[in-house]
Design a protein around this ligand. Structure first.
Ligand code: ADP
Ligand code: MG
Length: 517
């Protein structure tokens, strides 16, 4: 009886591993063809039927419905990578897939999954230890190449040189949480700009309001600026003409009071999250006050942070001390529509970037790429260390780990060698996606890396073979590589251990050997 259960359990174990490996390979296969500057764009259709064009690994996995728990675990890699590094998502998923593929070979050789996981962990530890040996210190020129590398291949229309300059300017000027991006299509990418201040994607609510207010006193309101009963859309029943007239007059008077109260506070610019009554708008315009309605909460928060204005929910309670200050609030026309620009604010940490692009989808994609590039550049500034890209780190680590494996011995040695081989999937995929022969490229690169100073060589995606990636301007933060390895190793081990858990349960349930593994 026990034997029968045991046998059945083993059979299940094998199947579960195979499923995990097959899923890991499928998920990796989904994004592998997008890796690198010549990676293919994927056209995806989201739940609302909208077409999303992207070659960003994380976006693809987000938009793809992956229902199997193991597939979800693998997409975790991309999420962790994006959260920590803003880049390297495709790389991390592709490595995870390859590690699982190599694990399959080892399982076929009857090596226990725990051993494999242990070997992978040892390999990762060694990789983390030796990676800094090939790293370089950051300077401003390098930062620009870091930004450019992060944006390569993201969209055909990209003006990489201009955008990477803007990117370094912004990353040097402030911290990530003070950067906001506004997108506007129908223009040239080279017209994208960064401004020290805030851009709000809104316009004045009444045409008679001024276009520019100097030394602005800014009020922020997150409720409707109207009479309370109108905000709640209460129906009022009136019977005769005189009553109607009286009602209108009293309403006007009350609205007048509301507007006057806003003016009395000293506000000269008002940002409202909800609607502003037309009569109030008119009255504010007459008094030279600038007011915008339906402003996004995130914009209100940014304006609040920059100008020092308090977000107010009771309009009859607005006081001078609730107001913020801005040197100049100006409505500028960008493309078809206006934008509100606030400069010379109370605190000057905020930086806004206006991303222009030919079409909405191109602008969105450029904006996503820019957003990631700012993150990547910030990481390079924070850590101060970068490595040559184009697969160079993985070739370097692969070589180091193959040597290391020999010194370890035992069954773990096989897993370390497998890990070392798996890393070559990155240069191999970069070559393949560029229309080069992956094996020829690998052979050329392994040869270049065998020399003392060979670690700068990555895939020459234009000419084939290897090229000095520093000379080619392909550079990325060390953290992007180390994090990709770290999470790929963790997730691969997790997937390998899932079956162990089933095994442990089965042993416990059977309870025939008394051991608690
Ligand atoms: P990920 O989501 O992993 O960042 P990408 O599609 O952005 O995937 O590709 C990143 C890889 O492409 C990195 O290994 C990077 O070094 C490499 N890469 C970028 N530009 C070049 C280039 N001009 N030549 C060779 N490799 C490049
Ligand atoms: Mg990238």
């Amino acid at each position: 009886m026990n034997e029968a259960i045991d046998g059945k359990q083993n059979a299940q174990t094998v199947t579960a591993h195979q499923i995990n490996i097959s899923i890991a390979k499928q998920v990796a296969g989904l994004v592998k063809s997008t890796l690198g500057p010549y990676g293919m764009d994927k056209e995806m259709v989201d739940a609302a039927g909208e077409v999303v064009m992207t070659n960003d690994g994380a976006t693809i996995l987000k938009e793809t419905k992956l229902n199997h728990p193991s597939a979800k675990i693998i997409t975790e890699v991309a999420r962790t990578q994006e959260e920590n590094c803003y880049d390297g998502t495709t790389t991390s998923v592709v490595i995870t897939g390859e590690l699982m593929d190599k694990a399959q070979d080892l399982l076929d050789k009857k090596i226990h999954p725990t051993r494999i996981a242990k070997g992978f962990a040892l390999a990762n530890r060694k990789a983390q230890e030796v990676l800094p040996n090939m790293a370089l210190d950051v300077n401003d020129d390098i930062l620009k190449t870091v930004a450019a590398t992060a944006m390569t291949g993201k969209t055909a229309e990209i003006d990489g040189d201009h955008l990477s300059s803007v990117c370094v300017e912004v990353a040097n000027a402030t911290t990530l949480d003070n950067i906001s991006i506004v997108r506007r299509s129908g223009g040239r990418v080279s017209d994208s700009i960064a401004i020290a201040g805030i851009l709000v994607d809104r316009e004045k609510s009444h045409h008679n309001m001024p276009d520019k207010v100097k030394d602005a006193k800014v009020a922020i309101v997150d409720v409707d600026i109207t009479l309370p009963e109108f905000a709640q859309q209460v129906q009022v029943q009136v019977t005769d003409n005189a009553a109607v007239q009286e009602f209108i007059e009293s309403r006007k008077e009350q609205l007048h009071g509301i507007a006057q109260n806003l003016i009395d506070s000293g506000a000269t610019v008002i940002f409202c999250m909800r609607d502003i009554d037309r009569y109030v708008q008119e009255y504010l315009a007459k008094n030279g006050i600038y007011a915008a309605r339906r402003v996004a909460r995130s914009d209100l928060e940014a304006v609040s942070k920059a100008t020092g204005a308090r977000i107010v929910s009771a309009i009859d309670d607005l006081k001078e001390e609730d107001l913020g200050s801005s040197g100049e609030v100006e409505e500028i026309k960008v493309g078809e529509k206006p934008l509100i620009k606030l400069t010379g604010n109370k605190t000057d940490a905020a930086v806004s970037v206006l991303i222009r692009g030919p079409t909405q989808s191109a602008t969105d994609e450029i904006s996503r790429a820019f957003d990631d590039a700012v993150g990547v550049t910030t990481i390079a500034i924070e850590d101060g260390k970068v490595v040559p890209g184009g697969g160079a780190p993985f070739l370097f680590l692969s070589k180091e780990l193959k040597e290391y494996a020999n010194s370890v011995g035992g069954r773990e040695q096989l897993a370390i060698t497998a890990f070392a081989e798996a890393l070559e999937v990155i240069p191999s995929a970069l070559a393949e996606n560029s229309g080069l022969d992956p094996l020829d490229t690998l052979i050329a690169l392994r040869h270049l890396h065998s020399s003392e100073s060979g670690s700068v060589y990555g895939v020459d995606v234009e000419e084939g073979g290897g090229k000095d990636m520093l000379k080619a301007g392909v550079v990325e933060p060390t953290r992007v590589v180390s994090q990709a390895l770290e999470s790929a190793t963790n997730i691969a081990s997790q997937l390998l251990r899932i079956d162990n858990i089933i095994e442990m349960h089965s042993v416990k349930e059977i309870g025939d050997d008394g051991f608690n593994y």
